[in-house]
Each structure stands twice: as structure tokens, then as C-alpha cells.
Design a protein around this ligand. Structure first.
Ligand code: ASN
Ligand code: ZN
Length: 289
């Protein structure tokens, strides 16, 4: 039943109904193995490596998270996962086929399987590559990053039923204070001697013209991220309800070289009764529709 609710497209428009069965499913997350098949790279970098054993904690978290992600998004097929990638590897990524997780360096970053929104973010990259195929550089790359964050935060907020937490990846930062990104307050996810200061802008006037990071894909994603968060804040709509539905539909209108303004226009076309708020949210980050 819960699965059916999540699978119908209508439910995205009306917001996911959270029935008690679904709530119970979330509480059992660690025990419920979702649709993913998980391998271990055994601290090497060959992908995928070998199938995990049942007592692999990292794999079991990833399996549980795949259940949540597939429930909210109504997805039956899932890319395979790889855990224990590399030695002290402080990142996670989607390589076009596999969702890959490092264990972290143990000093700044903990294990990358600890964060549901990071995993949902990587899964978001899989959706983007199957869908609009946004090129991973410059503005289209930043939009690729943004869409992955939208998927990440929506799964996270739906799971916790907490619409106030806009931070991505706080679970993997060992200092207990920082996060990888803050969608509502780009530029405020971290500020420390080890990490430096979060470079994300939240307005087109601060768009970073840089060469590194594929032309700032993890930097300029702050701009549309803030528009998405502002829309949810202004309307009181939970991210995982109508805003997520709009963004998923808008994604279908995009192509490899789309720009922020193309996404803004597409979300406006799919915004139904929320269109004044959509225009306002994009306007606040310097993108007029
Ligand atoms: N964790 C990063 C991401 O998914 C990895 C990368 O830079 N591709 O965005
Ligand atoms: Zn990413």
C-alpha cells in the first residue's frame, strides 16, 4: 500500500501521504533491505569488487537507505552500490553505473554511508544522467549538482518529517558542527581552519566564475538550491511534496546544456497554484522568469 502510494505520479502532486505503515517502514530502515545490490571494493579502487557479506554495516545502511529512496521516488530499479571504496577515501560518487562510497579520512570526514542525503544525492545524479544528461561543467554542471541536492534533501526531510533542516551531509563531518552544503543558507555550511569557508553563493550576482571544480559545479549550485529552499519556506510546502514533483517534471524539459533560467522557467510551467511563489523564489536569487 505504502509503495503504491509512492509509485503513483498523483501522489507527487498532492504530497506523499504518510500512513502509519510507511512510518513503521522508516523506523525499520536498517532492517529493511531495499532494491540495491551492494559490493565491497575492500579498500581498493577496482569497481565493483565482491558482493558484500550480510554483516557489512556500511552495506546494510546503504541497503536500508535504498528502500527509503525508492519508496519516496517510486523507483523500482536501482543502480548497484560499492562500499569500502579506496583507503581513507573522503567522497562518494556516481560513476555512471555504480553508487560508490568511501570510508572517509577519519579526521575531517567520517564514513560516507552515514548520510542518507548524500546517498540520495548520488542517486539523484543517476536520475539526471538518465534524464536531462546535464553536462558536468559550468552552469549545466551546477544544475546537475543542484538537482542531486534536491533529491537528497527531499528524501532526507521526508524520512525525518523535518522541513527545517536544509543541510546536506552533516552526518559525515566529524567536527559535529559543519555540513557539506546548506541549501537555505549557501555559504554557511562550514567555516573552520581545516575546511576553510563554504564558498557557495546564494545569488546570481555572486556567481563564481572559476576553473576549478569543473567551473564551480559544487559552488554555484548554491544559487538554485536557495531558490528551492525559499520556495518551500515561503509556501510551507514540504520539499518532498509539490516542490519535488515540480522539479522532477521540470527536469524532463531540460537538456545537456540547459541553464538555471531554463530550470526556473520549467518549474514555473509545472508549478500549478504555486506559480507566484515560484517566481518570487527564483527572483530572490537573481533569476527572473
Ligand atoms: N560527492 C561528489 C558529488 O556527487 C563527487 C563529485 O564531485 N562528483 O557531487
Ligand atoms: Zn554531486
Amino acid at each position: 500500500m505504502a509503495k503504491k502510494v509512492a509509485e503513483t505520479d498523483r501522489s507527487f502532486a498532492s504530497g506523499i501521504r504518510v500512513d502509519s505503515k510507511l512510518r513503521a517502514a522508516r523506523e525499520r530502515v536498517i532492517e529493511v533491505a531495499g532494491p540495491i545490490t551492494v559490493y565491497t571494493a575492500s579498500n581498493k579502487t577496482a569497481i565493483p569488487g565482491a558482493l558484500v557479506t550480510e554483516d557489512d554495516e556500511d552495506a546494510n545502511r546503504v541497503k536500508g537507505y535504498s528502500h527509503l529512496i525508492s519508496q519516496l521516488l517510486g523507483i523500482n530499479e536501482f543502480p548497484d552500490g560499492v562500499v569500502h571504496y579506496g583507503e581513507g577515501y573522503a567522497n562518494a560518487f556516481f560513476n555512471g553505473n555504480y553508487l560508490v562510497f568511501g570510508e572517509g579520512d577519519g579526521e575531517v570526514f567520517g564514513n560516507f554511508t552515514l548520510s542518507l542525503d548524500i546517498m540520495a544525492h548520488e542517486f539523484g545524479h543517476a536520475l539526471v544522467s538518465l534524464g536531462p544528461g546535464l553536462l558536468y561543467s559550468g552552469e549545466s554542471g551546477a544544475m546537475n549538482e543542484h538537482l542531486a541536492d534536491v533529491i537528497g534533501i527531499s528524501v532526507q526531510q521526508w524520512t525525518s518529517q523535518d522541513q527545517t533542516d536544509w543541510r546536506i551531509g552533516e552526518e559525515i563531518l566529524i567536527d559535529g558542527a559543519s555540513a557539506v552544503r546548506d541549501m537555505l543558507h549557501p555559504g554557511q555550511a562550514y567555516d573552520s581552519p581545516v575546511l576553510g569557508k563554504d564558498p557557495q553563493p546564494g545569488h546570481m550576482e555572486q556567481y563564481a566564475k572559476v576553473r576549478h571544480d569543473n567551473g564551480g559545479v559544487h559552488i554555484n549550485s548554491g544559487i538554485p538550491n536557495r531558490a528551492f529552499a525559499l520556495l518551500c519556506e515561503k509556501t510551507g510546502e514540504p520539499s518532498w511534496g509539490r516542490p519535488l514533483a515540480m522539479w522532477r517534471r521540470a527536469m524532463q524539459d531540460l537538456g545537456p546544456r540547459s541553464r538555471f533560467r531554463d530550470l526556473a522557467a520549467a518549474t514555473w510551467r509545472h508549478s500549478g497554484g504555486l506559480n507566484p511563489a515560484v517566481r518570487e523564489a527564483w527572483g530572490e536569487v537573481g533569476i527572473s522568469i
